[in-house]
Design a protein around this ligand. Structure first.
Ligand SMILES: *Cc1c(COP(=O)(O)O)cnc(C)c1O
Length: 365
């Protein structure tokens, strides 16, 4: 059986180094807000090409800490509108509504799965304060047109970089393209911890201070509270693991890119719609999406032949019960992606024979 994602195998790629890092932390007797998180923050900021990095508890927190801090800074007010893609993992939208801001859902382009920047212009009004660009599936969602639009209308550009660590756009990393970026290190992401972890990157000195303070109970100095903050911290253990894995991120992303290139070059089946070559040029392939009208048959066929797949995602956010206010929205492209999408295995632990088999099965479907 080829699992969709075998985290045991992925961790095993660096088992000795990870074991050493973990035991170093255990022996240190220091488990939160210490050298490991400090070093990880510096190393990750340097990797992304941002001035600052603040670690936090998870990816959702990274996004809500950014928005909450902008509200504290007076750059946004409750009730303001944030443009978000309708086709995303729900966390991007939850961060917006959790902060008392209004998510405005915009359709994606069918060829990139990402927010259609030509539709953003029509949604902009005096209450619009920001655009959240989600680098879904590992593909960069920021375009020159989107950057220009944000500058022209003085909108903050916030990146959700949960799925695209290491992705390059015009020589710059995603996570350094806008005003601030949230990152998730959930175990299955390209840079994954052994539990929950997240981070914010930005060049904005004022923002970084407030994010750090709010994530630490609103306190900058011990027992002095400037904000009604929360507790969102990265463990030293997770930071130590991430420091090991960060060193290999580019080479593991290259393995992903190699597999994706084999998929687009070697899979030939008119029933399947694969990502285009242009799409692949701008992606670190967190997820390799295949679209087909026969999605459920394809999933069952692959499973019967020993290949596990996943759907990202089965129900779009606007049709979830928790967002009943959006249930009536007309978002046909988002809905067709959710109806047709199947993610086939793609990760750095996948063996050549496994890739061969997946290609053969898809060609014979
Ligand atoms: C995983 C993910 C998140 C949330 O990250 P957590 O660490 O699970 O909180 C946010 N946005 C996107 C697009 C994600 O894929």
């Amino acid at each position: 059986m080829i699992k969709y994602l075998d985290l045991k195998k992925i961790t095993a790629l660096h088992k000795t180094e990870i074991d050493n890092a973990v035991s170093r932390v255990i022996s240190s007797g220091w488990y939160l807000r210490g050298d490991e998180t400090r070093c990880f923050e510096q190393e990750y900021a340097a990797f992304i090409g941002a001035k600052y990095c603040v670690s936090c508890g998870n990816g959702l927190d990274s996004l809500s800490l950014i928005l909450r801090s902008y509200i504290e800074m007076g750059r946004m007010r409750k009730g303001d509108e944030v443009i978000v893609p309708a086709n995303t993992y729900i966390a991007s939208i939850l961060a917006v509504s959790e902060c008392g801001l209004n998510p405005v859902l915009i359709e994606p382009r069918i060829d990139t799965f990402q927010i259609d920047d030509t539709l953003i212009r029509k949604a902009i009004n005096p209450r619009t304060c920001a655009v959240m660009a989600v680098h879904l599936y590992g593909h960069c969602a920021v375009t020159d047109a989107l950057k220009d639009l944000c500058e022209q209308h003085k909108l903050l550009l916030i990146e959700d970089n949960a799925q695209a660590h290491g992705c390059l756009f015009n020589g710059q990393r995603t996570g350094s393209l806008g005003n601030a970026a949230g990152h998730s290190f959930y175990p299955g992401k390209n840079l994954g911890a052994l539990g929950d972890a997240g981070a914010v990157t930005t060049n904005d000195e004022e923002l970084v201070l407030i994010v750090r303070t709010i994530g630490n109970y609103g306190s900058e100095r011990k027992y002095v509270f400037d904000y009604q903050g929360r507790n969102s911290r990265m463990d030293e253990l997770q930071a130590a693991v991430l420091r090991v894995k960060l060193k290999y991120l580019d080479s593991e992303n290259n393995v992903r890119i190699g597999i994706a290139n084999r998929y687009i070059n070697e899979i030939r089946n008119e029933k399947l719609r694969l990502p285009s070559r242009e799409y692949c040029a701008n992606s670190v392939h967190h997820i390799f999406p295949v679209l087909t009208e026969q999605r459920d048959e394809l999933r069952d066929y692959l499973l019967a032949n020993g290949v596990e797949t996943m759907i990202h995602y089965p129900i779009p956010p606007h049709l979830q019960r928790c967002y009943s206010e959006f249930n009536g929205l007309n978002l046909p492209i988002t809905e067709s992606i959710h109806r047709q999408e199947l993610s086939i295995p793609l990760n750095p632990a996948l063996q050549k024979e496994e890739v061969d088999l997946i290609i053969k099965l898809l060609n014979e479907f």
